[in-house]
Design a protein around this ligand. Structure first.
Ligand code: PMP
Length: 383
């Protein structure tokens, strides 16, 4: 089965040439859409860190997660409370170098070390393309990637539930229901710019990332909300063993930007330029409209349709506006949608990376305006 990890190759900033030869790269989910928001915030997100502040490995020796900066923890809980997308009371909070590290920490924590068999890690097709390589690249004796949850038989499993799903944008629940099975919820996209917030998530393990919530992927931070103390301790141990904690500089920077986001909703300043989730939603409404028009004009593709629901964060009826478009090529004779687009110099991630048919391909919706506009123009000209 083909597997692909997010590789860090992206379009550069600045206006790309409109020529047909320009390669449009929408393969990676690089959240550069948020760059213009943070530019517009000017100095509001700026910080100065005295050089003496980041000497020690430790952030809080009274906390089991001793590398977590207390103020960062406070701002994470505050943002969840504001948005209403996760229960944080009585939950253990652990941070990682991106949610990628936390996914590995969670699988490590849930895999027993006293049995000869490896734990099977599964997810429903189409699953996030990094899951397979993340589970198998070190060839662990504790766990192994076992593919599609829908065809899995047995009790010893960990199901990764990505909701809203990368790549197709739909909300998901655990598929497998065995008592012996475990679940990890990857909620990277459970934020109001992408989907209506209908209730606070309350799972055994919920994993979030700063990359897709507010766009600071380069800060490499994620966090997990965990119910069970023993699991939380084991996850913390994994991070201690692999990287001896998480960058303090990143945490201090992220604390400030989370504060800017929450303050803009809780204490709005008159005349203040914008609010992050409103900005994200506005851009995605516009982009999904343009993409649906381009798909219609071309006549050879189709896109999923999503229901609208009332978002408890905004109080308004809202459409689902995923961070990725799961594009299907409907034209007879074209079996591989990504290869077809590549011949037109549009790079996307083919369905087989997600365990699905190559008729599908995933297109990032969160790149810069210029790249996205070129993409829709080019797509609508393909017949
Ligand atoms: N889970 C999902 C579903 C994702 O799409 C991503 C980023 N592409 C990640 C996890 C990893 O995010 P990061 O390591 O940047 O926090």
């Amino acid at each position: 089965m083909a597997a692909k990890q997010e590789t860090v190759v992206s379009n550069t900033s600045g206006k790309p040439p409109a020529s047909k030869d320009f390669v449009i790269n929408l393969d990676v989910g690089d959240p550069t859409m948020y760059e213009s928001f943070w530019k517009g915030m000017g100095d509001q997100g700026a910080i100065t860190i005295p050089s003496s502040q980041t000497i020690s490995y430790f952030s809080d020796v009274t906390n089991f997660c001793w590398f977590l900066e207390p103020e960062f923890a406070r701002e994470i809980r505050r943002l969840h409370k504001l948005v209403g997308n996760a229960v944080t009371e009585d939950r253990h909070l652990i941070i990682g170098t991106g949610s990628s590290q936390l996914l590995q920490a969670a699988v490590y924590a849930l895999s027993p070390s006293d049995t000869p068999d490896q734990m099977n890690v599964v997810s429903v097709v189409p699953y996030y393309s990094s899951y397979a390589p993340l589970m198998d690249y070190l060839q662990s004796g504790l766990f192994r990637w076992a593919g599609d949850a829908c065809t899995f038989k047995g009790d010893a499993y960990i199901e990764l539930v990505c909701s809203p799903s990368n790549p197709d944008g739909f909300l998901r629940q655990a598929f497998l229901k065995s008592e012996g099975g475990k679940t990890i919820h990857d909620l990277a996209y459970y934020w109001p710019q992408y989907t209506p917030i209908t209730s606070p998530a309350d799972h055994d393990i919920s994993i979030f990332t700063i990359s897709k919530s507010i766009g600071h992927a380069g800060s490499r931070l994620g966090w997990a909300l965990v119910k069970d103390a023993a699991v939380a301790r084991k996850m913390t141990k994994f991070i201690e063993l692999s990287t001896i904690g998480v960058s303090k500089v990143s945490q201090i920077r992220a604390t400030k930007i989370l504060k800017v986001v929450s303050d803009s909703y809780e204490h709005p300043i008159p005349g203040n330029p914008d609010k992050l989730f409103d900005f994200g939603r506005r851009l995605l409404v516009n982009r999904w409209k343009k993409l649906r028009e381009a798909v219609k004009a071309s006549g050879i593709f189709s896109l999923p349709e999503f229901p609208s629901e009332t978002c408890k964060f905004t109080g308004e009826k809202a459409e689902t506006l995923p961070a990725f478009a799961w594009l299907k090529c409907e034209k007879e004779g074209i079996e591989d949608c990504a290869s077809f687009l590549r011949t037109h110099k549009i790079l996307t991630r083919g369905g087989s990376y997600f365990g699905a048919s190559p008729n599908y391909t995933r297109v990032s919706m969160i790149d810069r305006d210029e790249t996205f506009d070129l993409f829709t123009e080019r797509l609508s000209s393909l017949h």
